[in-house]
Design a protein around this ligand. Structure first.
Ligand code: CMP
Length: 140
């Protein structure tokens, strides 16, 4: 197994409800280390660029507006198989399909307001981490 890093975002529906600590506890309990973290209020342009891969999807406009609506917490999680492990801890994109004990099962409000984002592959993790953090900010 390899040590990996993945980009995580605690979304506006969760920061609004003051859930950052409870969500971070889920990551740490699963053996993931938070090696970088900051709270940002994204502009529409910044959120739009981050989710550019979805720009042709019908939900893109709503997604971008939501992500720019209130603060987010962006973070880098590190651990063995961190990308897959984080996706396990988050649960399915649609909270109606998420397993018991996952972040989305416990906290997500809907498919759109689903509390967290996590990178889906090593290449996207590297790109997404570089979008928000410089190497100097990653303290493992
Ligand atoms: P996330 O993992 O951040 O990646 C893209 C986001 O788009 C996803 O979580 C959902 O919050 C949001 N989204 C809204 N509608 C849909 C949909 N129909 N299918 C997939 N993702 C959606």
């Amino acid at each position: 197994m390899a040590t990996e890093r993945t980009l995580s975002i605690i979304k506006p529906d969760a920061t609004r409800r003051n859930l950052t600590g409870k969500i971070n506890a889920k990551f740490e309990d699963a053996g993931l280390r938070i090696v970088a973290q900051k709270r940002l209020h994204l502009s529409t342009a910044q959120a739009g660029k981050f989710y550019e891969v979805h720009k042709d999807r019908p939900f893109y406009g709503e997604l971008v507006d939501f992500m720019a609506s209130e603060p987010v917490v962006v973070q880098v999680l590190e651990g063995e198989n961190a990308i897959a492990k984080n996706r396990e801890v988050m649960g399915a994109t649609n909270p109606a399909n998420a397993d018991e004990g996952t972040i989305r099962k416990e906290f997500a409000l809907s498919m759109g307001e689903n509390s967290v984002h996590g990178s889906d592959a090593p290449e996207t993790a590297a790109e997404e981490i570089a979008y928000f953090f410089s190497g100097l900010e990653l303290v493992g």
